[in-house]
Design a protein around this ligand. Structure first.
Ligand SMILES: [Zn+2]
Length: 372
């Protein structure tokens, strides 16, 4: 199946073979999407009796299950939200490495293994890097991870435990991305980028496939999702489009994407009617996992949210801290970034009508000490 797939630039149409290890368009530096793949989502009845890894949706995924790499990622439970009957939380922090990023990482490493690369690299504020490092370890592939120097000790320790070489880069998240881009240009390196590689989004889309299956073959009225680089928003939108195309849902749910007020280029663009992220200066935020000033797929994210009739909203650090504490007091210990959706719901930023599903994306056990 891989032979029929290629990477295509959404901006200029330039294409590269999937095995070229290209991570962005060689002509215009645009982002690449997967070309030549059509998902054929399995029916609800067809899913009965399948294993609980995300390859239960194998007809919708661009690569076959790597039996020796999977760690049973996926099918995280839905639980009721504290005090709000219409809201359901999907506890995606119960993944093998403690974050939803395992959904995309397993796809990237499965591809790297099939392409036979000896070394891969990633950059991350933490969770994506740990996810890639874990699956690289599982696959026996050497891994370099670039992180900002102020990344929490818990996340760096987890990376090293997996055997990854950790490069701690002084400065902003963008400085880390620049250092990674330089290294990614070296020959023979597979850049397992959660931002640039389209396989990642084909992994994160299983979040919505699971919600659809767990709700008995339907989706809620509203999906509330955190947004920084937008991997979950884009994955959710892709899954909704595939389920709609297959006739399994009748309409898109609204996607309400949540940013931290201290770093909100997408919310500013949404409010101003712009198709591209606003040029902003980061003011810092406790929600470190979504503090992305220049999201490479920003235009795609804005288009996806608008197509669903949704919105990009913001929450303040004060609201995030309060939501983080409230979740913990109801038994759900997540990292501060994972509290942004609950903060937006509590702040009234999400229309109260209809049913709502929101994820808890990352475990609190590897974040900085509690901020309450
Ligand atoms: Zn291009």
């Amino acid at each position: 199946m891989l032979e029929s797939l290629s990477l295509r630039c959404g901006a200029c149409g330039h294409t590269e073979p999937l095995d070229s290890l290209a991570w962005r368009c060689a002509k215009c530096h645009g982002v690449l999407d997967l070309d030549g793949f059509a998902a054929a989502p399995p029916s609800l009845a067809g899913l009965a009796g399948r294993g609980t890894s995300l390859w239960r949706y194998r007809e919708a995924l661009p690569i076959a299950e790597p039996a020796d790499i999977t760690m049973g990622e996926g099918m995280t439970p839905l639980v009721g939200a504290p005090g709000r009957p219409g809201v359901t939380l999907k506890v995606d922090h119960l993944m093998p490495t403690g974050s939803f990023k395992d959904r995309g990482a397993v796809m990237l490493v499965a591809l790297a293994a099939r392409l036979g690369v000896a070394r891969l690299m990633a950059d991350s504020s933490g969770n994506a890097g740990t996810a890639v490092a874990a699956y690289a370890a599982r696959a026996g592939i050497a891994c370099d991870v670039y992180v900002p120097a102020d990344t929490s000790a818990g996340k760096v320790g987890q990376l090293r435990a997996y055997g990854a070489t950790v490069h701690q880069i002084p400065g902003s998240r963008e400085d880390t991305a620049r250092a990674a881009a330089l290294a990614a240009g070296e020959p023979g390196v597979f850049y397992a980028s959660h931002v640039y590689h389209p396989f990642f989004v084909h992994g994160t889309k299983t979040y919505v496939y699971e919600v659809w299956e767990q709700l008995g073959g339907r989706l809620p009225d509203t999906l509330v999702l955190p947004v920084g680089n937008g991997t979950l928003v884009l994955g959710a939108h892709l899954a909704c489009a595939e389920l709609l195309e297959a006739g399994y849902i009748e309409r898109f749910p609204r996607i309400v994407a949540v940013q931290a007020a201290g770093c909100a280029p997408l919310a500013a663009a949404f409010a101003g009617g712009s198709p591209v992220p606003a040029n902003i200066a980061t003011q810092g935020t406790v929600a470190e996992g979504i503090a992305i000033a220049r999201p490479a797929r920003g235009a795609q994210i804005l288009a996806a949210v608008r197509a669903t009739g949704g919105a990009v909203v913001t929450v303040t650090d004060e609201q995030v801290r309060a939501a983080h504490a409230a979740l913990a007091r109801s038994g759900l210990y997540v990292e501060p970034t994972s509290a942004v959706c609950w903060a937006a719901i509590e702040a009234g930023e999400v229309e109260p009508q209809g049913t709502v599903v929101a994820p808890l994306c990352g475990s609190g056990l590897k974040s900085k000490p509690p901020v309450m």
